[in-house]
Ligand binder design. Sequence first.
Ligand SMILES: [Zn+2]
Length: 80
Amino acid sequence: MTQTKRQARRAWAAARRKHIKRGNLYHVEIQHDPGCAIYTPAEVCNCDPVRVLKDDRGHVLARVEGAGFYDPLELAEGAI
Ligand SMILES: [Zn+2]
């Protein structure tokens, strides 16, 4: 995989935009490393989670790896 973190974040933003535009219902699943600090009282991600976009029937629409730490604000942004 030669994709950079920046490209991965763009791909993730683009996938979400595409499905929002179509008016689809979807769910976002952030798969953190079991050792991620998101599971500590600090609740701050320090792993490199897999981001998965699923439709309302659980089918995977997009899967992005290597986009770096998860920031809850990223879901509110159209592009990164
Ligand atoms: Zn994490």
